[in-house]
Design a protein around this ligand. Structure first.
Ligand code: ADP
Length: 601
């Protein structure tokens, strides 16, 4: 502040000095040339005007007074005296002083307002926004630094030379006449414009126009302030496009801010759950949909935080109370500002699940029918199995009676006979138990069991059958077979189906021995296998692909369901069942089961 004052003082002093030198020179020249007073006054006025333009009021006033003195002393008779003889010269000097005062005043006023304008222009140059002014003919009259930087033309290249819309090839959001009319009506307009820069690239600007009027309210200029929003725009476009895509999605899409507040709710979500966007946004998602989650909330949240995503099945409750089962996928996105957003995509699988369940039920029923039929086909064999121990028990009971009736009764022999009755009774009961297990309606259950034991039980059931057919049975059951996690009854059903088919196939062959071989073992560290090998006619290569199709049968009374059911049972346990030719003749059916894990039907 003090420095400014000092500078002002020295500036005024320098101007006073320069003015005084000019005045001295003019006075000397006029004195030597004896010019008249009016001519001298005109010359002095030039000095005063120049001083006023350069300096301040003070220096002009001082110089004017010096000029007055010079006029009196050197140029008006009597010379070298401040006395004036001719009164008209007094008037000339007074007029000079008055004119110089007026000039100084007006020039300093004009300078002042020019300085103000310059300061304002400088201020406008400070802003990063692009600002320009155009007159009523659209001719550019002001162009700030921001405009030069944004568009690439300097003020000198555009001011007074071109119209804005021509220069910038403006693309308007509405007809330009309507926009101009709005500016005239309201004095302002706001909107987005597309401009072309000096290098030919396009720029999108948020534009604000203000109309300037003169004191008679006539429009004189428009000030246009433009902000480059190209990148912002593009980003918004991308966002809008993404939001549109999410809108179009068939799945219900919910975006919520961690831990739960809904911020986006697409049309499919409205349709699926019945809550409108307005009802959903801002609400905690789990509360709104009464989410039944397989994991406790804290565990789920920690998992989502750690992994960044989660997928699974959820049960939601719609607005009308309907339970909806959805296949859900959550992806967590971290925003630059630290917010954690979760994109939740839900697909309604209620119907699919119900259909799947009914299908599973139908398959289970079918499998049971197949079991019952298998057992039915073995009735003779089963009857034989039961009959034999009962007949033996009856014989032993007769013997026992005889040992008791003897004199003296032979208690030891009677006890031995009773022991045999108990053993035969248990054998018959065991056969009945196995048959009952096969036909009993029980839900599938997975237990670890010994596959060899299961095979032997099935062989025991088919014993009578094997004897009737005269079949040579060989078993090769590996002792290195771990317990398998599976449904015992279902796997016995598979083995029974394979044995049944082998017996049927061999019954067609009359010219060679009927050989049936059952084996088990480990095919690799993770699998056990069971194999049924026969010496029947073998597999027809033309129909190899159809063997496991439902209802494919070459038997006159066959249903064609045995292999198809067997394969679905094995696959439901995570295993595989396939067929291959036996050497030198016959067929081999082999299935594998995983030692650990595996599903269940
Ligand atoms: P079905 O026994 O009712 O015919 P399956 O699905 O058990 O139904 O068998 C389908 C068909 O596969 C049989 O009809 C038969 O043609 C063929 N097949 C099954 N096992 C054997 C086998 N061990 N040897 C030859 N062909 C077989």
């Amino acid at each position: 502040m003090l420095a400014n004052q000092n500078a002002g003082f020295w500036h005024a002093a320098a101007q006073c000095l320069a003015g005084s030198i000019a005045v001295a020179l003019i006075t000397y020249v006029c004195f030597q040339l004896q010019v008249n007073l009016a001519t001298a006054v005109c010359l002095y006025l030039v000095v005063v005007v120049l001083l006023s333009l350069q300096g301040n009021f003070f220096s002009s006033a001082v110089v004017s007074l010096i000029v007055g003195g010079c006029l009196l002393y050197y140029l008006s008779p009597p010379i070298f005296s401040f006395w004036i003889s001719d009164p008209s010269e007094v008037v000339v000097i007074i007029v000079f002083l008055a004119i110089s005062a007026i000039i100084t005043h007006f020039v300093s006023r004009v300078r002042h307002s020019t300085d103000e304008l310059r300061e304002q222009a400088d201020l406008l140059n400070l802003t990063h926004d692009s600002i320009f002014v155009r007159d009523t003919h659209n001719l550019i009259t002001y162009w700030n630094r921001g405009a030069a930087e944004l568009y690439g033309w300097t003020p000198g290249e555009v001011i007074g030379k071109v119209t804005t819309h021509q220069l910038l090839q403006t693309v308007f959001p509405a007809p330009v006449d309507e926009i101009e009319a709005e500016v005239l009506r309201n004095g302002r307009w706001e909107g987005e414009l597309r401009h072309t820069k000096a290098d030919g690239t396009e720029v999108v600007v948020a534009s604000r126009w203000s109309l300037q009027r003169d004191e008679r309210q006539r429009p004189v200029a428009v000030l246009e302030l433009n902000n480059d929003i190209t990148a912002h725009k593009q980003a918004e476009d991308a966002l809008r496009r993404q939001a549109n895509l999410l809108e179009q999605a068939h799945d219900a899409i919910v975006v919520w801010e961690f831990p739960s507040t809904i911020i986006f709710w697409n049309r499919s979500a409205e349709q699926l759950y019945g809550f409108s966007r307005e009802e959903a946004i801002g609400r905690p998602s789990h509360e709104l949909l009464r989410t039944e989650h397989p994991l406790p909330t804290v565990v789920f949240e920690a998992l989502l935080e750690r992994e960044g995503e989660w997928a699974g099945e959820l049960t939601h409750t719609a607005r009308d109370g309907r339970k909806i089962l959805v296949e859900s996928r959550h992806v967590m996105v971290r925003e630059a500002d630290g917010r954690r957003l979760v994109l939740e995509t839900n697909r309604d699988i209620t119907e699919r699940k119900q259909t799947q369940e009914s299908l599973q039920q139908a398959q289970a029923n079918l499998a049971r029918v197949n079991r019952v039929m298998l057992v039915g086909e073995m009735t003779a064999s089963v009857a034989h199995e039961v009959n034999q121990p009962i007949a033996a028990a009856v014989t032993n009971a007769g013997a026992c009676l005889r040992w008791l009736a003897a004199q003296p009764p032979d208690m030891e022999k009677a006890r031995q006979a009773l022991d045999r009755i108990v053993r035969d009774g248990s054998r018959a009961a065991e056969v009945i138990r196995r048959v009952r297990n096969l036909v009993k309606k029980v839900p599938p259950q997975t237990d670890f069991f010994d596959i060899n034991e299961a095979i032997l039980e099935v062989i025991a059931l088919t014993q009578g059958e094997l004897q009737r057919h005269p079949v040579e049975l060989r078993t090769d059951l590996s002792s290195d077979v771990p317990l398998v996690p599976a449904d015992r009854v279902q796997l016995q059903q598979v083995i029974l189906n394979l044995i049944r088919n082998a017996l049927d196939a061999m019954s067609e062959v009359g010219d060679r021995p009927h050989e049936l071989a059952l084996s088990s073992g480990r095919s690799d560290p993770n699998d056990v296998f069971v194999e049924v090998r026969d010496s029947g006619p073998g597999l027809d290569p033309a129909n190899l692909n159809r063997l496991f199709d439902s209802f494919y049968s070459t038997k006159p009374d066959g249903m064609g369901m045995g292999l198809s059911i067997s394969r679905s049972i094995v696959e439901a346990h995570g295993g595989r069942l396939w067929a291959m030719p036996n050497e030198p003749q016959g067929a081999v059916f082999r299935f594998t089961l995983p030692v650990e894990g595996g599903g269940n039907s």
